[in-house]
Design a protein around this ligand. Structure first.
Ligand code: 5CA
Length: 440
């Protein structure tokens, strides 16, 4: 993308309405703009990050056998009346009446709709298990939307739903999903710690929240630091084996981790003092196993091995995709701006031309840019160097490729690593190799 022709409205000053760093930086970096309370438009750079996150989430869901579909945002109230949640859900649900006076709603979550779709299609126990997911906008009429997309009213969520024959198999699915989550967050370049959680309006007994540590988090968290040292991408779990899944799950849950709501002071005291970590966390994912709550209440059964009706065991599994954009920034920034993990960065690198119109500078910049025009930002504006450097730091590209007349004479490019601040002088070919290595 050529910056001179981009829709990238960066701000020099901190917007007064933003109380936390990620909200300030997302506005300043031209990623989002608010269009109504708790409702945001995603501008091109913000959308690139949102998509990169969604694609990693998608990849790891697919890897554990979940199948993607897409359900509508608008739902009929009738569906929710069948489960009994239409009245129970409360004022967070945005209720709408259509021109024929039919009650509709903007989906805050999709247990009812997926259970109904499942029931229409699946008739026999032989077709189980099934795991279905979507990445779709949700609406919750939060009393206090705040902190930008961190707690919005409209937000983007990955929601998966599982259907299993019996409890043991549902637990396998839950554990498989937990591993997929740990891998997803690690690939996103953040640490999210799973903690036992309350189930709230979704229901059920077994539930974990995934929290990213950040001082602005809404929950207090207590955990054993051993959980931060695990490499889930290297972990060799056979997701088709019950024993292997159990070993993974018991191994992981042996380490203490709880939010303040579920904190147990006696169990906490047994964690070695050197490994006790206490702080605040942002909930970026939440998984639930709630058995037959919806299949029974909505009377969705399949025929079992003996021909008798059998109500599948369900779970649901959410990831706050739009919240993650803000949470990653909370976990990864400095005074000058965002520091994107390479996997989610809007661009692999920015090319900064310090002297537009200088034949050598222009030629080198164009050569670098041609390597990946869809995945590089070329700052070709007629701005002063200081402004270009400030925007580059603000936007947080993993690498900055700085091309000035002095280096260009010798065919050299200065490469700055945003995270470490380290600068090296490289040949054009070496700089191209560095670009290729990011998201390789
Ligand atoms: N049906 C289940 C799982 S599919 C469900 O809705 N779970 S949830 O309520 O916990 O939401 C899943 C995730 O969405 C949360 O972990 C959080 O990361 C994100 N989320 C929830 N509310 C908001 C909000 N108001 N703004 C941004 N993200 C949100």
């Amino acid at each position: 993308m050529r910056l001179s022709r981009s829709f990238l409205p960066t701000l020099k000053e901190n917007p007064a309405e933003a109380q936390i760093t990620s909200h300030r930086l997302m506005l300043r970096a031209g990623m989002i703009r608010q269009t109504a309370a708790g409702i945001y438009a995603w501008l091109p750079v913000g959308l690139r990050v949102l998509r990169n996150i969604a694609n990693i989430v998608r990849h790891e869901q697919d890897a554990v056998g979940a199948q993607e579909l897409l359900m509508p945002t608008m739902q009929s109230a009738d569906l929710w009346k069948r489960s009994g949640r239409y009245d129970a859900y409360g004022p967070e649900m945005l209720r709408i009446r259509d021109r024929h006076e039919r009650d509709m709603l903007f989906g805050p979550t999709n247990e009812e709709m997926i259970t109904d779709l499942f029931g229409q299609a699946v008739k026999s126990y032989k077709e189980l298990p099934q795991v279905l997911y979507q990445i779709q906008w949700k609406f919750r009429d939060e009393v206090r939307p705040r902190f930008g997309v961190m707690r919005g009213r409209e937000f983007y969520m990955k929601d998966a739903y599982s259907f299993d024959l019996d409890h043991d198999s549902a637990v396998d699915t839950y554990r498989r999903m937990m591993l997929a989550y740990l891998r997803t967050f690690q690939r996103l370049g953040v640490r999210a710690i799973p903690m036992r959680a309350d189930t709230g309006p979704i229901g059920g007994e077994l539930s974990h929240e995934f929290l990213i540590l950040a001082p602005t988090g809404e929950s207090g968290v207590f955990f054993d630091s051993a959980l931060e040292d695990q490499d889930w991408l290297a972990e060799n779990v056979d997701v088709t084996s019950r024993d292997s899944l159990e070993e993974f799950f018991t191994g992981m849950t042996a380490f203490y981790a709880a939010t303040d709501e579920m904190h147990d002071a006696d169990a906490w005291a047994k964690v070695p003092a050197g490994r006790q970590r206490e702080g605040r966390g942002i909930e970026v994912g939440h998984i639930f196993n709630f058995g037959r709550k919806y299949t029974e209440s909505m009377d969705i059964a399949v025929s079992g091995p003996d021909g008798a009706p059998l109500y599948p065991e369900m779970g649901s599994y959410g990831i706050g995709v739009s919240r993650l954009v803000a949470a990653i920034i909370e976990a990864s920034h400095d005074d000058n701006g965002i520091i994107w993990p390479a996997s989610v960065a809007p661009f692999r690198a920015v090319i900064i031309n310090l002297k537009n119109g200088d034949a050598q500078c222009d030629a080198i910049c164009e050569k670098l840019y041609a390597a990946a025009p869809d995945d590089l930002l070329y700052d070709d504006r007629a701005e002063r160097a200081g402004a270009k450097f400030a925007d580059a730091d603000l936007l947080g590209h993993p690498l900055q490729l700085i091309v000035g007349p002095r280096g260009a004479k010798d065919g050299k490019v200065e490469v700055k690593d945003r995270r470490t601040g380290e600068r090296t002088e490289e040949t054009v070919d070496a700089a191209l190799a560095l670009i290729a290595k990011i998201r390789a």
